[in-house]
Design a binder for this molecule. Structure first.
Ligand code: BTN
Length: 279
């Protein structure tokens, strides 16, 4: 394999075409978690669009309190601080949409830079050929003096070897290089992702969710499938994932349908762990 170029601020900036995202970029060689660092920076009052990126993480965080495999030199681990003047009445909707918008932006940037075909498993697992190449962890909070913020964390398995994954991930995870057969320049990929994400966030603010919802649903392999959802209280619900609601939740209709004439239960999911049962 040809040597991979290191992450570098100059190289990221050489193709970065954004207004606010990446105006400040903190690049680390090694850090515990870019999300943890971004939360600390947000509390300290850093500006909208600040990016934390690192070559490796010692305590990368995944969804549902899992760890994120974060070896050096091959992958992308980054977090972006977002500050939007969103009213309390619209905050829940914005927080539902943000992971979906981020997944869409990540998928579009990977398709463009790596000539790949990325699909999304709701809410924000990034897949190639049904195996996971990336994940997104969004967090939010309010600093006493710095106001409210959201953190978008993206981890992508870019240039690694599938055999390097820990055994429990080897069946379900893969890398972009493994699937496309060629290495991907991480600096260009990051710059493109920041561009796509900024554009999606601006579109959501100015024009709402209509086009973004359509684009997300086209990418999302979960829609139209029967899924088993583990809810936040640990209960399980099996149903047909019909689509994304206006408020960003996933609408799942009970399967099998009741046979006693009762209408099926309908769940509108904001947070859940799902597996695709069948098409
Ligand atoms: C998932 O479980 O699918 C979400 C994984 C998110 C991992 C990324 S890597 C960069 C950022 N920093 C973290 O600690 N986690 C996210």
């Amino acid at each position: 394999m040809q040597p991979l170029s290191p992450l570098s601020l100059d190289t990221i900036r050489s193709t970065l075409a954004t207004q606010a995202f990446g105006r400040r970029i903190d690049l680390h060689d090694r850090i515990d978690s870019t999300n943890r660092e971004a939360v600390a920076l947000a509390h300290a009052g850093v500006e909208h669009g600040t990016v934390v990126v690192t070559d490796s993480q010692t305590e990368g965080r995944g969804r549902l309190s899992r760890q994120w495999f974060s070896p050096p030199a091959v992958n992308l681990y980054c977090s972006i601080v977002i500050r939007k003047p969103i009213g309390a009445d619209q905050m829940a909707e914005w927080l539902s949409w943000l992971p979906l918008i981020t997944a869409l932006a990540a998928a579009e940037s990977i398709d463009t830079i790596a000539a790949a075909s990325v699909s999304v498993k709701w809410p924000n697992d990034l897949l190639i050929a049904e195996r996971k190449i990336g994940g997104i962890l969004c967090e939010s909070g309010t600093g006493a003096r710095s106001g409210s913020y959201q953190i978008v964390g993206l981890g992508l398995n870019v240039n690694g070897d599938r055999n390097d994954f820990p055994e429990d991930l080897r069946e379900t995870a893969t890398t972009i290089r493994h699937e496309t057969g060629h290495p991907v320049e991480r600096n260009r990929l990051l710059a493109r992702f920041l561009h796509e994400l900024e554009a999606c966030v601006e579109e959501f603010e100015s024009r709402g969710s209509e086009r973004l919802a359509l684009a997300y649903q086209q990418r999302c392999g979960t829609i139209g499938k029967t899924v088993k959802a583990t809810l936040t209280d640990g209960k399980e619900f099996i149903g047909l994932a019909e689509g994304i609601e206006q408020d960003g939740t996933l609408r799942v209709v009970q399967r099998p349908l009741p046979t006693d004439g009762r209408p099926p239960d309908i769940q509108r999911l904001r947070v859940a762990d799902i597996i695709h049962v069948r098409t």
